[in-house]
Design a binder for this molecule. Structure first.
Ligand code: FES
Length: 134
């Protein structure tokens, strides 16, 4: 009984700590990735965001839908490769698969979703506005 209560109290402190930590996270910059007409449907573009060497991959799913994720697989960080025709991102290292629309793992060793880059489209350009997950 005492151990259960202690675990509950520790869990509550952990939740408060995480909440406070996330509140202090500075806002991510809004940064242009590419002109819309520079990527055909099914095409992709690797970019760095928000800092150099934080590699991301942008994929154009249709005329008006783009998605972007961390390029590093959540298993052992190999770069993932988009396969828009199959609707997946493929990790060649151990044959991990992620859903292209959600970033959720579908098959292979990865158990966590890819970190997602939030996007906005404005004046014919795609912009990165933040990072979610991970
Ligand atoms: S590094 Fe991607 S599946 Fe292992």
């Amino acid at each position: 009984m005492i151990l259960t209560s202690l675990a509950f109290v520790v869990g509550q402190f952990w939740l408060v700590f995480r909440h406070l930590k996330n509140r202090r996270r500075p806002a991510m910059p809004t940064r242009e990735i590419v002109r819309i007409d520079a990527i055909p449907v099914g095409g992709s573009r690797v970019f760095e965001y928000p800092e150099p060497r934080a590699f991301r991959i942008l994929v154009r799913l249709d005329q008006s839908t783009f998605v972007a994720y961390a390029q590093q697989c959540t298993h052992l960080a190999c770069p993932v490769i988009p396969d828009p025709a199959a609707g997946v991102l493929h990790c060649p290292c151990h044959h991990g698969l992620f859903d292209l629309r959600t970033g959720q793992p579908l098959a292979g060793p990865p158990r966590r979703a890819l970190q997602r880059v939030t996007l906005k489209i404005e004046d014919g350009h795609v912009f990165a506005t933040g990072v979610e997950g991970g």
